[in-house]
Structures are given as C-alpha cells and as structure tokens.
Design a protein around this ligand. Structure first.
Ligand code: ZN
Length: 202
C-alpha cells in the first residue's frame, strides 16, 4: 500500500462535512433537520478516530527495545488483541482479534507496543489479508527476530449486514515469517500456546 496522502493534499474539514451532507440528501434525508444538523461534524470526527492510523508511523512504535532478558529466547505471544477496522470496499466495520508472536533475537519490545502496531494498521481502510501482512512485516523488519507470526480472526460487517447477509461467519488469516514459516515444530509450539486457556479464564 502507498503511504498516506500528505495533509496538504487532503480536502478541508468543511469539504468533508459537505460531502457527508450530500450523502444524507442522497439517502433521502434533510440534513438541515434538527436531529441531523450536527451529524456531518460528528461523522467527520468519527472518521478521524476510525482512520487515525494514517497519522502514525508503526515502525516508530517499535524503536524502544529491551535487552536485559536473562537470555530469554523462546516465543513471545500476545493473543486476543481486539481491534476495530474498516473494509476498504464498503467502509463497513471489521471487528476482530489478532494474535501476534515473535521469536526474539536478544531484544524484546514492550508488549503494549505490539497492540499499538495492530491499531496503527487496523485504523485504516483495510482488507484483512493486507492488515495481517503489514503487522507481521513491520515487526519482522524492525525487531529482526528469528520469526514473526500474526493470526487474525474477524467478523466483517459488510458480510453480516449487507450483501450475502451471513452473520456468524469469521475470517481467519495468518502470516508466518522466518522460523514460523520454515520450522513446523516452532509453528506447532505456537499453536499449542494459542490453544491454552486465556489468562482471564484462570
Ligand atoms: Zn467490505
């Protein structure tokens, strides 16, 4: 994916609100009626929140690492990272969970940073395959671990509330890099870790 448009090339907030007014009229509404009067401003603010990821360079989130790990050299897995995204085809929500693992090469990163990398890419217009690959590639490029694995399970509202109307369907994608790709033992170990009860269930 290309980098986000520079801010100078983007429409103004006012133009964005006008566009939302157009959509309201197109759907059959009167944007001037009381209940809708502030809607364009609210939708614009919601967009800022939904698509905040364009303002973040995910690589910078992983710059601070720790090396005092007493020789820890096994898999680090952060699982069940809830995220919200939007599909780029319908701008409908994608709600899901990401599991992110890496096998460190001496240095580890704060675990909250992994969740922030997920958010930085989720808060963009996405398809799940790319979201999965971007998270994995960024962790792999910046931390240069022995391997990186990202598994995402999600529900796409463009499938549940429109089109084929199939609630309950989930989509699962995974991107395995380094040893997670080349070693079936390491992959099996990851799967065993994923299948353990969650800490919240202890
Ligand atoms: Zn869609």
């Amino acid at each position: 994916m290309s980098d986000p448009l520079p801010k100078t090339n983007r429409p103004t907030r006012e133009e964005a609100e006008d566009a939302i007014r157009t959509m309201l009229r197109w759907a059959g509404e009167d944007p001037e009626r009381e209940g809708l009067h502030d809607t364009p401003a609210r939708v614009a603010r919601a967009y800022e929140e939904f698509f905040q990821g364009y303002e973040i360079d995910p690589k910078t989130l992983l710059e601070r690492t720790f090396s005092e790990v007493e020789g820890y050299d096994e898999i680090v897995l952060l699982r069940d990272i809830r995220f919200e995204s939007h599909c780029e085809h319908h701008l409908a929500p994608i709600i899901g969970r990401a599991h992110v693992a890496y096998l460190p090469r001496q240095r580890v990163v704060g675990i909250s940073k992994l969740a922030r990398v997920v958010d930085a890419y989720a808060r963009r217009m996405q398809i799940q395959e790319r979201l999965t690959a971007q998270i994995a590639n960024t962790i792999n490029d910046v931390l240069q671990p022995h391997g990186t694995a990202v598994i995402i399970e999600s529900s796409h509202e463009c499938m549940t509330t429109r089109g084929v109307h199939r609630p309950g369907v989930s989509m699962v994608t995974s991107q395995m890099l380094g040893v997670f790709r080349t070693s079936s033992d390491t992959r099996r170990e990851l799967m065993a870790m994923l299948n353990r009860p969650a800490a919240s269930e202890y």
